[in-house]
Write a protein that binds this ligand. Structure first.
Ligand code: PA5
Length: 441
């Protein structure tokens, strides 16, 4: 089932010949990736095995059933970066950005940064929920178990929880590496602990318990999500190069990077995909932005990912995109069929201000604007490609995420960097810890 179509031939400025020159090393990398699946989570390519791990989904569903016995009315996911961006991306893609305002059975909030205003507001919301007799689950997610923002936010929210619930431990779920300090702490306190496979890094972990637990609790069909991810892997392994979207995308981005097109703009024409865009930005930036290559040579490489949301950002950045330096490759993401559509009503006098839109469906208007943008990009010789999704559902989102993960890993191999580490992020984390320690002395 192919729910995604990818077009780039006329508009990317990369020729078929240039692409096929890159096909050989990519096919070798894909073979290594495929062979690694046999070895489960034992290799550096562990992310590729995640969608095939049906046992972990069973384990997650068991915990979800157990926690549903507590009648949760709010879930707060506490994590940052790879530990929460995936769940935000999937949930927002499928349920929209106004989800909490629709008075759902379970509200969903994310606590990532240590922003005092935001955390204060979240504490107020949580207290209101608890005072009204609601039940709040806290899912703290940290692979390392030692990220300052996550641990601090957990402490703050746990303190509130403990004021209202005698058996507060029942409401806490810890997702972390087995035997991390957070794991040991969770076991000691009697929290439910979910394991992250050791070789699966944060930004590749959306289909592990990191993403699956909060998403399944929120009623997302994770079986379909993983089906989509597996279909994506099968296409990556079996399709001929020219029909292998992940490989072609990696080859395109690499060729353009070598020609000094060093920015990649993901321009999504769907508000539901804003969270997806932030997830992709982290995946690309942290995986490819590297000081040293695999041979230890200083290279300072990286493609700069930018986030654009259509049509909103046409009124913010389009002037630059169409007139500034040609240094950017754009992927437009369009969704053919929205979950719901609206007809533009008869406009009476306003029709003279904007002719020809009466009775039009909003989705048609959105796609017409995107088509107009594509023509403008062509006229101004801005390189771009288009990812067209038939609809936003679990299968399609799962497929797209896995395709993007494979794309980034392939790009890592072309740039000869390790796409799975983030040594410079660790650098800042360490500096903060040292500063906080000094403050204590
Ligand atoms: O992708 C990554 O590895 C990072 O973005 C981490 O997810 C992020 O730094 C949070 O780390 P942790 O999950 O250890 O708290």
């Amino acid at each position: 089932m192919n729910t995604i179509s990818f077009t780039y031939q006329e508009t990317s400025t990369v020729t078929q010949e240039q692409l096929t020159r890159i096909a050989e090393p990519l096919s070798q990398e894909l073979q290594t990736m495929q062979a690694s699946i046999e070895q489960g989570y034992a290799t550096a390519y562990a992310f590729a095995s995640v969608p095939y791990d049906t046992q972990q989904l069973i384990a997650v569903h068991t915990i979800v059933q157990e926690k549903m016995q507590l009648n949760p009315t709010m879930l707060i996911v506490i994590g940052i970066g790879g530990s929460n961006l995936g769940a935000i991306a999937v949930h927002e893609a499928l349920k929209g950005s106004l989800y909490n305002a629709s008075n759902p059975a379970i509200k969903l909030h994310f606590a990532d940064t240590v922003d005092a205003n935001y955390m204060y507001d979240l504490v107020v919301l949580m207290e209101q929920e608890l005072k009204a007799g609601g039940n709040v689950l806290l899912n703290v997610i940290s692979k390392s178990g030692t990220t300052t923002e996550t641990i601090v936010n957990f402490e703050i929210l746990l303190t509130v929880l403990e004021r209202y619930k005698k058996r507060s431990a029942d409401y806490c779920i810890v997702t972390t590496d087995r035997d991390s300090k957070l794991w040991q702490y969770g076991i000691k306190k009697g929290y439910t602990c979910l394991e992250i496979p050791a070789n699966v890094g944060g930004r590749y972990s959306v289909f592990t318990s990191v993403g699956l637990f909060p998403l399944a609790l929120m009623g997302i069909d994770c079986t379909k999500l993983l089906e989509g991810a597996r279909a994506s892997m099968e296409d990556a392994f079996n399709q001929q190069f020219m029909h292998n979207n992940a490989a072609v995308r990696a080859a395109l981005l690499y060729n353009l990077y070598k020609r000094h097109i060093t920015i990649h703009d993901l321009f999504v024409f769907s508000k539901n995909l804003a969270g997806y865009n932030y997830w992709y930005r982290q995946l690309m930036a942290e995986s490819l932005g590297k000081e040293f290559n695999k041979q230890g040579k200083k290279v300072n490489v990286g493609i700069t990912p930018t986030v654009s949301i259509g049509t909103t950002d046409l009124h913010s950045v389009a002037q630059l995109y169409l007139a500034g330096a040609i240094e950017r490759f754009t992927t437009f993401v369009v969704v053919d069929k929205p979950m719901h559509d609206l007809n533009i009503p008869p406009m009476q006098d306003l029709a003279i201000l904007i002719p020809s839109v009466e009775h039009l469906e909003l989705a048609t208007l959105m796609n017409t604007i995107n088509k107009g943008v594509q023509v403008a990009y062509k006229k101004k010789k801005r390189p771009f490609c288009v990812l067209e999704l038939s609809q936003l559902d679990e299968f399609t989102v799962g497929y797209l995420m896995q395709m993007h993960m494979v794309e980034i890993v392939l790009l890592g191999s072309l740039l000869q960097v390790n796409p799975f580490d983030q040594p410079n992020v660790e650098l800042y984390k360490e500096e903060v810890r040292t500063m906080l320690m000094k403050r204590e002395q």
